[in-house]
Design a binder for this molecule. Sequence first.
Ligand SMILES: Nc1ncnc2c1ncn2[C@@H]1O[C@H](COP(=O)(O)OP(=O)(O)OP(=O)(O)O)[C@@H](O)[C@H]1O
Ligand SMILES: [Mg+2]
Length: 255
Amino acid sequence: MNSKVSKADADLRKILAEKRIKGIEDKRVGSEVFDKQTLETLYKLAKMGYIKQLYGVISTGKEANVFRGLDDHGNFVAVKIYRITTSDFKKMKNYIHGDPRFRVRTSNKRQLVTAWVSKEYRNLKRAHDVGIKVPKPLIAKNNVLIMEFIGDDQGNPALPMQESVLSEPQKVLNKVIEYMKKLYKDAKLVHGDLSGFNILINQGEPIIIDISQGMVLDHPLAMELLNRDIDNIVRDFNKIGIKITKDQIKAKIMD
Ligand SMILES: Nc1ncnc2c1ncn2[C@@H]1O[C@H](COP(=O)(O)OP(=O)(O)OP(=O)(O)O)[C@@H](O)[C@H]1O
Ligand SMILES: [Mg+2]
C-alpha cells in the first residue's frame, strides 16, 4: 500500500474524529458531498480559527457554493468553496495564463483552481485597499476562500441587486460608477463579470462581489472586459428606469 496515502487517510480520520467544525458532516449540496481534499482544507482552516461552524448554503453557483459560517470569535463569515470537478477550466486557464501576476502554466485542475481562488483573494484585497466596498478577504486556501459575510446581524445574507427593490437606484448607480472608476484608476483592475448579479445590496448600499476573473489593466483583454461590464451596468439600470448611456459611464470612469 502507498504509505503516503494511508498517512493522509489516518490524518484525515484523526481530524474528523476531532469534529472541529460543527455541522460539517451533513453539509450536502444536492447530491454533492465535500470531497476529501476539501474536507481536509476546511479542517485546516478550522484549526487556524477561521471556521468553527458551517451553516447552510447561501448559493449554489456554476463553479462554487457559498456557505455561511461562524469563526472562532463568533463573527459570521462567507465560505466560498470551488468544485474541482465541474469548474470551467478552460476559462480559468485563459484568464490565469494572461495574468502577469501568476506564473502558473499548469493544466492540473487542482492547481488551476488554487490559482483561481488566490486570484479572487488578491483582487478582493486590491479593491478593498483602495476603498471599494467588497467583502474583506480573510484567507484563501486550495479551493476555499473565506471572506467577510455581507448581511445583517442575524446572519441573513444581503440579496443581489437583481433580486432587490432599490429605494434610491440613482444613488446606487453613482456608487457603482465610483467603484468602477476606483477599480480602474487606483486598483488598476477591471472586474470582468460586473452586473446586477454580482452587486449585493446591504441596507441600500452596493457591495461588489465575485471578482475572481478580474484583470490587471495591461492584460490584452482588459478593455474588452471593461466595455462588457459597462454594457451590463447600463442594461441593468435601464431596466429599473434609470437613464444612463455607455458613453456617460465611460466618460465618468476615464475622467
Ligand atoms: N461575502 C458574502 N456575503 C454574503 N453572501 C455572499 C457573499 N459572497 C457571495 N454571497 C452570495 O453567494 C452568491 C454567489 O456568490 P458569487 O457571485 O461570488 O459566486 P458565483 O457567482 O457562484 O461564482 P461562479 O459564477 O464563479 O460560480 C451571491 O450572489 C450572494 O448571494
Ligand atoms: Mg456571481
